[in-house]
Design a protein around this ligand. Sequence first.
Ligand SMILES: [Fe+2]
Length: 401
Amino acid sequence: MSAFIRKLRHRFYLLMLRAMTGILPAASHMAFVGQGSSRQLGQHIASLSPRKVLIVTDKPLRELGVADTAAAGLLEAGVDCAWFDGVLPDPTHEQVDAGLAVLKRENCDTLLAIGGGSVMDCAKLISACATSDESPRDWVGMGKVKHELLPIYAIPTTAGTGSEATSGAVVKDSQTLEKVVVSGPGMLPRAAALDASLMAGLPPHITAATGMDALTHAIEAYIGVWERGTRLEDGRIAVQLVFQHLVNAYEDGGDSEAREGMAMAAFYGGKAINQVNVGNVHAIAHQVGGRYGIPHGLANALILPHVLEYCREEAQPRLAELALVVGAGEPGEAEAQLAFKFIAAVRELRTQVGIPDRSDLIRREDHTALADAAIAESLGYPVPRLLDEASTLAILSQITE
Ligand SMILES: [Fe+2]
């Protein structure tokens, strides 16, 4: 497909999307915030008298006691609960089916996700499957889940994915290793608890990678070409919070102020992408994450500075604004200079939290297939500059050891 046709197709797609989503009600976000807020959320769910709640989590969180602490408000209120702790990183259709079987066997009518992005995404997909005969394979793309879902609540235990504030979920095909996004209004959690005390034990490398995911969400929403909702305000808040708190959270996991700042950053980053979607960083990250199992946040962190460099001219005003938000430049400096400085600040932050420049998991012989898939995915995002073959291959080379 020629570059002109791809641009035309992209513009038409965005117009269609704008027309479609313009008539949808705005997403509402309800969050309990602060130490002990998971207990408040549990009490809130109890007040709604659910028949039985399926708590979706993973085995490490149960073994560490984090899941039980997070669910304490619900359990103390005497709400009948069942557990599904079989979520693994990058949930697959098989994991969703396993959770769905527990939900049906236990006759649950509400879901509470306690965990990181994989857990929250899996809970959303279980809920979507519980009230439909179709499967996530039928809903690939934006807004394809149109039916009513069982209510979902979320307690994130990492600060990055922002899935607690989005109506999307990523699912991986265990055969093709392809990761796809499924979304619909009912997949937005009805309420979330941002309880940073649950994140105190996160290892530094996970704090770093998930934090860079939050930063990527905020930046991609901010530089996207689609004007919608409060994405600029939300993106600015998230970028500012990540620069203020990520290094501290990475260096001292017990720094409660930094943990809470990052929990808020992840939430606002999620809220921002929920209005306008992600961009080229995610389009490439989904491919290397799906094929090699590179954690999502790490994949984003590897790719982010290169994509910003690629679209620096197109996104220059926005990047310059972000430079001022994070104090990387002074008002009155030339816009081009500020844009440079912001990208440099992103690189510096990445280094400060111990993220390498390259990965030795990516294989050069896969570059063409990875680039093709990334270019196809990017067509669905409101990016300031569409990916092309040569540039995507160059970015892949720059992150390959
Ligand atoms: Fe992400």
